[in-house]
Design a protein around this ligand. Sequence first.
Ligand code: SAH
Length: 351
Amino acid sequence: MSLKDRIIALIGTDGPLPVSVYMTLCLHDPEHGYYARGGGLGRDFATAPETSQAFGELIGLWCAHEWLAMGSPDPCRLIELGPGRGTLLADALRATARHGGFREALDVQLVEASPALRAEQAERLAGDSAAAHKVAVSHPRDLSAVPDGPALLIANEFLDCLPARQFVRDGGTWRERVIGISDEGRLVAGLAADQAPDMPASPENVLELQPGLETLVETLGRRRGPFRALFADYGPADRAPGDTLRAYRAGEQVDPLADPGEADLTVDVDFARLKRLAETAGLAVHGPVLQGGFLMALGLQARLDQLVAANPDEAADIFAAAQRLVDPAEMGTRFQVICLSTQGLPPPAGF
Ligand code: SAH
């Protein structure tokens, strides 16, 4: 039975599903979920580390710098949320291979929901630790299962796949958007019969809320030991996203309800809310800042000059790929970077 038929059967017995539940089924259903089956990274959508090796290299150098700022703790957990194909980390580890003790101090913890991607990450990264980009990696059940102690956390394009609930203004009240079945038997969006209680005041007509942001900040707030957590993703810096749920398949934007499990589902990240949640939890917040400026501040130009000097024949490709990361028309201003830290650390590089 296809995932679509199972979702239709589920709605037939349980009633319409919140958008967040629909997203969870589409992305993580063990049999048919988009990520559970391995995802279409590089095919359905391209992320920064899959675009240019300079991205992971600069994040690696940022981590090494922040490790020094934390007093070179050993061991230091290096946590990545949603590592995808492991490309960012492979580039980060290669770039920091000779960074005085940094690599040796790392205990790499990969938080990954997809069994298929866990296997790909293990193959890419684990093994002979003498090779520049190979280390021992663990796959904890989730972030709360990562051992306490000093930590650096990185996450690129992870927050945007945390499932979102949507609320729609209906006269003077709000109702949750739900996924039901049309008379013709198709999946359609509608509104829950009940009013949604306790909605924040907002000028928008649609509000998206990712409950996972709260869980994430709570889990970080409970960690023992100093840490820094760096998130890069798309979303507005200073207002709540409206209806931003969208689906990508083979590089094209498609209808999110058309083929559950066959397309990547994603929403914009509410950075302003993430910042508020983190500050309320007592964390220090830097950013959000635009990804383009962040990468330039970390020395993107110098890194590209080195890459081009080593591969002069590929200069045009190297620059074109990196250009996409910083170009205002591409990732440079759509993507933001935010850093959450425990109190008492110096300001992080790049902000
Ligand atoms: N960071 C990678 C991959 C981004 S795609 C890159 O930049 O290329 C999103 C990643 O997050 C995938 O690896 C996906 O399987 C993982 N993921 C999504 N939701 C998750 C969750 N709730 N817990 C753990 N991993 C999750």
